[in-house]
Design a protein around this ligand. Structure first.
Ligand SMILES: [Zn+2]
Length: 253
C-alpha cells in the first residue's frame, strides 16, 4: 500500500492510500478538493473511499465534490453521522472494518470532538490519528474533557511502539516550543526540536512520526515523567491532573 501525504489549506495534511493489488484508494479525510484531485490525477487513481475522522470543516470540505466525481464510499464516525457530508457507512470504537481486503481497526479518540475516530491498519503498522495525537502534541479539547482526551491518547499509545502515526496538521514546530517549555532537559526532545527546525526551514513535513518517538518526547504522553512533574511543581498529582495542566498551559502558550 502506497501512502501519499501532501499539504492542504493552511496547515492540514491530505493523505491518499493506494493499493494497486486490490484497487483500494482512500483519502484520509478530505480537507481540500484541489490538492487531493491533483494527487489522484497525477497518480491516475480512482478514489474508492473517504475515511472521515471527525466533522470539522477542514476535514470534510471536499467530501461532496469527491463523491460526485468518484462515487466513493464515505465512512465516518457513528457519533457524528448527521454532521458528515455524504456519509454512507458509520464506524465506532472497537469496530473492525474489512475494506477491499484491508483490515482496519477503528479507535475512538473523543475529546477534540465527541465522536472522533482513528483508523489503524494493523498489518501495515500505521494509524491515522487526525486531531487526537500530533507530533509532540495533542488536539485541542473542543467538545469533550481532559479525561476523554487522555483516554484517547492512551488507546493510541497502546498500539505497538513502531506504529507510524499520521496526523491532521503540521503543528510540530510550535508543539516543540511548548514541549521544551515543560521538559527542557529531555535530550531526545532537544535533539528532535533541532531536527524539526531544519525540516521546517526547508518546508519539509515532520510527519509521519512513530509511537516510540512520541513516548520519548511528547509531553502529553509523558504525564508520569518525574522531570516534567518537577517542572510543573506537581510531583504528587495524578496523571490526569498533570495532563489537564499541560493541556491548559498549551492553550495559553
Ligand atoms: Zn478538528
Amino acid at each position: 500500500m502506497k501512502i501519499y501525504q501532501f499539504p492542504c489549506r493552511e496547515d492540514n495534511y491530505g493523505v491518499i492510500l493506494s493499493d494497486p493489488d486490490s484497487g483500494f484508494v482512500a483519502s484520509i479525510d478530505a480537507p481540500e478538493l484541489e490538492p487531493i484531485a491533483d494527487v489522484l490525477e497525477d497518480k491516475r487513481l480512482k478514489l474508492t473511499h473517504i475515511l472521515t475522522t471527525h466533522h470539522h470543516g477542514d476535514h470534510v470540505a471536499a467530501n461532496a465534490a469527491l463523491k460526485a466525481q468518484h462515487g466513493c464510499e464515505i465512512i465516518g464516525p457513528a457519533k457524528e453521522e448527521s454532521k458528515i457530508p455524504g456519509i454512507d457507512r458509520t464506524a465506532d470504537h472497537g469496530d473492525v472494518l474489512d475494506v477491499q481486503s484491508h483490515r482496519i481497526e477503528v479507535i475512538g479518540t473523543p475529546g477534540h470532538t465527541l465522536g472522533q475516530i482513528a483508523y489503524y491498519f494493523p498489518l501495515k503498522g500505521v494509524v491515522f490519528a487526525a486531531d487526537a495525537l500530533f507530533a509532540l502534541g495533542c488536539g485541542r479539547i473542543f467538545e469533550g474533557d481532559a479525561a476523554m482526551m487522555q483516554t484517547a491518547l492512551q488507546r493510541l499509545a497502546a498500539l505497538p511502539d513502531d506504529t507510524k502515526i499520521y496526523a491532521g496538521h503540521e503543528y510540530t514546530l510550535s508543539n516543540a516550543r511548548f514541549a521544551l517549555s515543560v521538559d527542557p532537559t529531555n535530550e531526545s526532545l532537544l535533539k528532535r526540536a533541532r531536527e524539526i527546525e531544519l525540516l521546517r526551514d526547508e518546508q519539509k513535513p515532520t510527519l509521519p512520526t512513530t509511537l516510540t518517538l512520541e513516548k520519548q518526547t511528547n509531553p502529553f504522553l509523558r504525564c508520569s515523567d518525574p522531570a516534567i512533574r518537577a517542572n510543573l511543581g506537581m510531583e504528587t498529582a495524578t496523571d490526569l491532573e498533570v495532563f489537564t495542566e499541560l493541556r491548559s498551559r498549551k492553550d495559553r502558550f
